[in-house]
Design a protein around this ligand. Structure first.
Ligand code: NAD
Length: 257
């Protein structure tokens, strides 16, 4: 399958899942626009490197997803948006009664409201192009809850709801909107926690992964960023043209429990 000639914008994509999704979309032939809130040489170099590796155009556009006007400017600056992947996200773990108000507002802004702003700016471009795919990276926490993650769980449930509304508003058009709900994914951030957890629990790597990190993931394996990218590519394929307004879990059975 080829996404040649399509432009994909992936928010929060200079690391982790966003970067993995950008790489798989580029591998499938899409021109990619990487994004984060920083504007370092290495951000631009990363995008250019993906472009070279896969023979596509790789660009990096700085935009802070906590600010609505910057979310919209990202899409406008890109000039085209056939594939929109709303991926940027942050987490904070604290009980509701002491959860800082600023942190609540920031999580709702980055994890939920950014998708509203980018989608609003992208839909006219998709309509003009006569084709569009919106892939929102929600979470197993868009379908289930955990204590002390109130803002994150609320935002991710919100993303799932927003995805359904987007799908209904575009149902008769060649545009789809879906949410991917990952369980625990092996990103560099997660990998970096393993040695500390091994020390704290006095366990070997395999036991820490099984007993501590993946307690809720029945497969006892992390999902990978390549698998998330592959799922996004599938949602952009012709086979997925009638898949809209739904969620795909990539969670090793977490939400089956
Ligand atoms: P990560 O920290 O590696 O990546 C987050 C990305 O978002 C980074 O590129 C970061 O620069 C960017 N970002 C943060 N704040 C931003 C802002 N204000 N503006 C623009 N970009 C910003 O994390 P990740 O694990 O790759 O997470 C990516 C998405 O996947 C998030 O939405 C997260 O909730 C979701 N998710 C992750 C997991 C997991 O296990 N890692 C599981 C389920 C869902």
């Amino acid at each position: 399958m080829s996404l040649k000639g399509k432009t994909a914008i992936i928010t929060g994509s200079n690391s982790g899942i966003g970067l993995g999704v950008a790489r798989e979309l580029a591998r499938a032939g899409a021109d990619v626009v990487l994004n984060s809130f920083t504007d370092r040489d290495e951000d631009h170099a990363l995008a250019a490197e993906i472009g070279r590796e896969f023979g596509v155009t790789g660009r990096y556009i700085k935009a802070d997803m906590s600010k609505g006007e910057e979310c919209r400017a990202l899409i406008e600056q890109a000039g085209a948006c056939d594939i929109l992947v709303n991926n940027a996200g942050i987490q904070h773990v604290e009980p509701i009664d002491t959860f800082p108000v600023d942190t609540w507002n920031r999580i709702i802004a980055i994890n939920l409201s950014s998708a509203f702003h980018t989608t609003a700016a992208a839909l006219p471009l998709m309509r003009k192009a006569g084709w569009g795919r919106i892939v929102n990276i929600a979470s197993a926490h868009g379908l289930t809850a955990s204590p002390f993650k109130s803002a994150y769980v609320a935002a991710k449930h919100g993303v799932v709801g927003f995805t359904k509304v987007t799908a209904l508003e575009t149902a008769e058009e060649p545009i789809t909107a879906n949410a991917i709900c990952p369980g625990y994914v092996l990103t560099p951030l997660v990998e970096a926690q393993i040695p500390d957890q091994m020390k704290v629990h006095d366990m070997d790597r395999e036991t820490v992964i099984r007993e501590v990190m993946l307690t809720r993931q029945p497969s006892k394996q992390f999902a990978t960023v390549e698998q998330l990218g592959g799922t996004a590519v599938f949602l952009c394929s012709e086979a997925a043209a009638q898949i809209t307004g739904t969620t795909i879990s990539v969670d090793g059975g977490w939400t089956a429990l």
